[in-house]
Design a protein around this ligand. Structure first.
Ligand SMILES: Nc1nc2c(ncn2[C@@H]2O[C@H](COP(=O)(O)OP(=O)(O)OP(=O)(O)O)[C@@H](O)[C@H]2O)c(=O)[nH]1
Ligand SMILES: [Mg+2]
Length: 333
């Protein structure tokens, strides 16, 4: 299962208590204060990892509690800090405080370490509370509680290009032709039920880009028809969209219009995103069933390979032209 949204409860460790103690010396009944400080509670971090691609493991566990700091001891012994917890998350995860709805961070970098719940400070022992006025403090401090939060994690996969089309348009066939990705392909609608990513390596240079194949869109999917629009978030940050319409369409321009309308109903971010328009299944065009190719559109057959290179070249150029646009510039929460 592809899980792209979940909430988790995180509780950092409480700080250990400071210690109240006096040094015991022979012949001196009450030596100087020597109560050590409590240790810090364990922090909780989320860590960006390019090795995981869904929130599944995190959703499965849901509750994360870090260890508390140990209490301070006599002889000025500071308590041991609680162990930190590191939770790996896929790149492209937006982390939101579920209560305040504040976006804490948008995790885009491998290895990025985000402190989401701070461990409580350890309390000071009586040794640390000595002042000139009060050389023998009777008190010590309790540890501070660790932070506790409910976080909502929303994954928006990072891809350069998104494939948009009605069910059966040939999106997955195209992806499997141009990359090593192997999404299921079949002649019925909604074969693809979750996003798939494929890496396309261009022959020239060492350049590559990532293509996202998402479930097909139908008219009124913004109102929940078909599989709905929940997967659109995964192409929200792409640099370009490939709009794919079957060559057998009676009115490709109209079909493309319907798709574009669904996109903009979902988010304005799609309005200005560069798009290329493709008529798919070119091999099915025969003399008996001629098709008028709209101006500026490309045609291809992902089955025979005819036209695929031209499409890739065009996509590649657009990705290059928009390379320096930060993913986040497109995002509007
Ligand atoms: N003749 C021909 N058939 C194609 C071509 N591309 C895809 N098909 C066929 O069209 C059907 C649908 O292809 P998919 O790639 O699964 O379509 P999709 O757009 O991913 O469909 P959903 O996942 O349901 O949205 C399959 O039977 C494919 O074999 C093509 O270029 N030519
Ligand atoms: Mg598909």
């Amino acid at each position: 299962m592809f899980i792209d949204e979940t909430t988790i409860q995180v509780k950092a460790g409480d700080g250990g208590n400071g210690c109240h103690s006096y040094e015991r010396l022979k012949y001196i009944p009450k030596g100087g204060p020597d109560g050590g400080d409590g240790g810090r509670g364990g922090h909780i971090y989320l860590v960006g990892s390019s090795n995981i691609h869904t929130l599944q493991d995190i959703a499965y566990r849901q509750n994360y509690k870090a260890e508390r700091g140990a209490h301070g001891k006599g002889k000025n012994m500071t308590g041991k800090s609680g162990e930190d917890i590191l939770i790996p998350i896929p790149l492209g995860t937006v982390i939101q405080d579920d209560l305040t709805k504040e976006i804490i961070v948008d995790c885009l970098d491998d290895g990025a370490k985000i402190l989401v719940a701070k461990g409580g400070r350890g309390g000071r022992g009586n040794a640390a509370l000595v002042t000139r006025k009060n050389p023998n403090p009777e008190q010590c401090e309790p540890g501070k509680p660790g932070e506790e939060k409910k976080l909502r994690l929303i994954l928006k996969v990072l891809a350069d290009v998104g494939l948009v089309g009605r069910p059966n348009a040939g999106k997955s066939t195209f992806l499997s032709r141009i990359s090593a990705a192997r999404p299921k392909i079949a002649d019925y609608p909604f074969t693809t039920k979750e996003p798939h990513l494929g890496i396309v390596r261009m022959k020239q240079g060492y350049d590559s880009f990532v293509v996202a194949d998402i479930p097909g869109l139908i008219e009124n999917c913004h109102q929940g028809k078909g599989l709905g629009i929940r997967f659109l978030r995964h192409i929200e940050r792409t640099k370009a969209l490939a709009i794919m319409v079957e060559a057998s369409s009676e009115n490709p321009l109209n079909d493309a219009e319907v798709l574009l309308n669904e996109l903009t109903q979902y988010s304005e971010n799609f309005t200005n995103k560069p798009k290329i328009f493709i008529l798919t299944k070119k091999d099915l065009i025969t003399e008996e069933t001629p098709v008028v190719v709209p101006d500026g559109w490309l045609t291809m057959s992902a089955v025979t390979g005819n036209g695929v290179n031209d499409v890739l070249q065009r996509i590649y150029e657009i990705v290059q032209e928009n390379k320096n646009i930060e993913e986040s510039e497109f995002v509007d929460y």
